[in-house]
Design a protein around this ligand. Structure first.
Ligand SMILES: *Cc1c(COP(=O)(O)O)cnc(C)c1O
Length: 416
């Protein structure tokens, strides 16, 4: 029996993944069967057909970014693109060799990046690089000023995400890029939540390396791309894998032709539709937030009020328990402010990074809208959330105490 999603579920988790656009699937299908060749096969029609499909997809992704098609490397997703950019860049531009006892080079990133940036940076720290993780202010935005203040003589790489996946905040990417170019420092941005939804021009925006992913922009999972600047400056990277030399040696292995065709189709559609999508989703998100914030007290929308992606909303609800809130809202697919680590529920490090307390972080919801989201769904989700929060608060002794004017910060809690 095929797995069928719950009929009543409203999907508001597009920052986790998007469904494939049917036009993307249609573009991919012939490449499983009719045109199944290996683009590396240089001496027959099957190879040429696959190669030309990959070329077309490369042009579409390049056009989306304002890049040249020679600057696009296909990967298995944004995680791999980030690893190739950050580790490959650090190894290539290191100031001192491994084992010399000296700092191999200084890197600047940020505490609320995706794990796919944080973990490669932490690996480099263990290997003798020094990393400054910038701490964002409460609005979540990393400015060029902050990066400038962290710059050192031996800074070799800056990696700052374009827009945050949990709170949607938008960093000062073109300005950070300009600063890096002034100082001859390599600039990488994880643009997984931005590229394909908002305009990118790698020249105008001063970007050297940019990661993106298919499944966040209505393409398939397991495919992504890394933009690698080829001129002014020509960026070099040390390859992390060895093999058949595909993708200019940066990403050896037989190309994922169907996935790449899907990513190309998704990029083409994104370019045509992003303005209209963004406008519609901004209106829907405002409606969602308005319907929640106007009917509940003691809540906060996390991240900068305006400098946010149109489709992401992250709201903390005081006086409700995170798990109960998720249970009560199980008919809407959203993300919680808790991350499941191996044994326990940890509050989101992104919200903690903004200074949101553990309790409040646990009782937070990230709602991310997408191309298929309707106004009726938004209204229904908002109503369900408002009703659930009101009901849970009726059961909350803390909320009672708060309403009676008791200062909760002065209450002495028993240990258990
Ligand atoms: C989803 C996401 C990733 C990981 O992308 P994959 O293609 O799934 O590896 C990395 N960074 C950000 C900001 C993301 O949202």
């Amino acid at each position: 029996m095929a797995a069928t999603p719950q009929g009543t579920s409203i999907y508001l988790d597009h920052a986790a993944t998007t469904p494939c656009d049917p036009r993307v699937v249609e573009a991919m299908l012939p490449y499983f069967t009719t045109f199944f060749g290996n683009p590396g096969s240089r001496n027959h029609r099957f190879g040429w057909e696959a190669e030309s499909a990959v070329d077309e997809a490369r042009e579409a992704v390049a056009a989306l970014l304002g890049a040249d098609e020679k600057e696009i490397i296909f990967t298995s997703g944004a995680t791999e693109a980030n690893n190739i950019a950050i580790k490959g860049g650090a190894y290539m531009y290191e100031k001192a060799p491994a084992g010399s006892g000296q700092c191999r080079g200084h890197i600047i990133s940020c505490t609320i990046e995706h794990k796919a940036v944080l973990d490669p940076c932490k690996r480099l720290q263990k290997e003798g690089f020094e990393v400054t993780f910038l701490e964002p202010p409460a609005d979540g935005i990393i400015t060029a000023e902050m990066v400038k203040a962290a710059m050192r003589e031996d800074t070799i790489l800056v990696s700052i995400m374009w827009a945050n996946n949990e709170i949607g905040t938008i960093n000062e990417i073109p300005q950070i890029g300009a600063l890096c170019h002034e100082r001859d420092v390599l600039f990488h941005t994880d643009a997984t939540q931005w590229a394909g939804k908002m305009p990118v021009d790698v020249q105008r925006d001063n970007i050297d390396l940019l990661s993106m992913s298919g499944h966040k922009i209505y393409g398939p999972k397991g495919v992504g791309a890394l933009y690698v600047r080829r001129r002014r400056p020509r960026v070099r990277l040390q390859a992390l894998m060895d093999g058949g030399g595909q993708e200019r040696g940066f990403r050896p292995g037989t190309l994922n032709v169907t996935g790449i065709v899907g990513l190309g189709a998704a990029a083409r559609i994104a370019r045509e539709q992003m303005d209209a999508d963004a406008q519609r989703l901004l209106a829907l998100r405002r409606r969602l937030e308005e319907r929640i914030t106007s009917r509940l007290t003691n809540i906060q929308v996390n991240g900068h009020a305006e400098k946010r992606l149109p489709h992401i909303s992250n709201i903390s609800f005081a006086f409700v328990e995170g798990e109960s809130l998720m249970m009560a809202c199980k008919d809407i697919a959203v993300s919680s402010g808790s991350a499941c680590t191996s044994a326990s529920l940890e509050p989101s490090y992104v919200l903690k990074g903004l200074g949101v307390g553990d309790e409040l972080a646990h009782s937070s919801l990230r709602m991310s809208l997408g191309r298929g989201t309707t106004q009726a769904e938004v209204d229904h989700a908002a109503d369900l959330i408002v009703e659930s929060v009101k009901r849970l608060r009726e059961l909350s002794p803390l909320f009672d105490m708060y309403n009676e004017g008791i200062d909760l910060s002065k209450v002495e809690w028993g240990h258990h």
